[in-house]
Design a protein around this ligand. Structure first.
Ligand code: PGA
Length: 263
């Protein structure tokens, strides 16, 4: 918990000109009290890194190799991402798990490789609709968390690894999970972490899946929410700014609440 984190996942979108337009409309418009970042396709890392230098917006990638270096054609290492100024990397997004066959154990190895280079992995977990309908949400989340291994869970406990709850059926469908469904899943993740690491309150747990400016405030205000991973809506400057502003407003009002309750 703590301040909110809002991360844009551009997926396989963008181009040199549209990136410049999008970022120039974001810089200086995102609230300073929200940690923000954009995760962009590999070829744009250099461009976006230079456009974001001297701004508070962090840079991330959308995937990373589990290997350190060598004969792995087409792979990109964590050290390379660091050289281009990345602070974050999305690991185990459901599109990578389903379309590119990434297993729980491959996701765990990628998260470890990212951590070893000092990157902050944003590890995505979440159930399919069939798994939800079968009442297996908790089981799936716990399996995906357990697969990460002890070091990654310790890193989650001290904020060096971020967990993103992304129900597969809510991604890119325009059908966000309902706030109560999200809260149940976030609480399940946090309580599972609490049984394994010293201070699970410090872990950052995000929600992602069709977050839009209209739904953002209610989702960010959930007791176990630390922010969001935003796909489609991060490609519109106006929409992404509104979503980040909603995160800032929620943090400020909860800070006020804490101050009031402390007298
Ligand atoms: P969406 O994507 O906001 O477009 O649903 C979220 C994600 O895939 O991270």
């Amino acid at each position: 918990m703590g301040g909110k984190l809002v991360v844009g996942n551009w997926k396989m979108n963008g181009g040199l000109v549209s990136n410049q337009n999008l970022l120039s409309a974001l810089v200086d418009r995102l609230p300073e009290d929200v940690e923000t970042a954009v995760c962009v396709p590999y070829p744009f890392l250099a461009q976006v890194s230079s456009l974001l230098s001297n701004t508070s917006i962090g840079l991330g990638a959308q995937n990373v190799s589990e290997y350190v270096e060598g004969a792995y054609t087409g792979e990109v290492s964590a050290a390379m991402l660091c050289e281009f100024g990345c602070r974050y990397v999305i690991v185990g997004h459901s599109e990578r798990r389903t379309l590119f066959g990434e297993s729980d154990s491959a996701v765990a190895r990628k998260a470890s490789a990212a951590l070893a280079s000092g990157l902050k992995p944003i590890v995505c977990i979440g159930e399919t609709l069939a798994e939800r309908d079968a009442g297996r949400v908790r089981e799936v989340l716990e399996r995906q968390l357990a697969a990460l291994g002890e070091d990654a869970l310790l890193a989650a406990g001290n904020g060096r690894l971020v967990i993103a709850y992304e129900p597969v059926w809510a991604i890119g469908t325009g059908r966000s999970a309902l706030p109560e469904q999200v809260q149940d899943a976030l609480a399940c993740i946090r309580s599972w972490l609490a049984s394994r690491v010293a201070d699970a309150r410090k872990a950052k747990v995000l929600y992602g899946g069709s977050v839009k400016q209209d739904s953002a405030a209610a989702l960010f205000a959930l007791p176990d929410s630390d922010g969001g991973l935003i796909g489609g809506a991060s490609l519109s400057a106006a929409e992404f700014v509104s979503i980040c502003e909603a995160a800032g407003a929620v943090s400020r009002s909860s800070d006020l609440g804490v101050k009031r309750s402390n007298g």
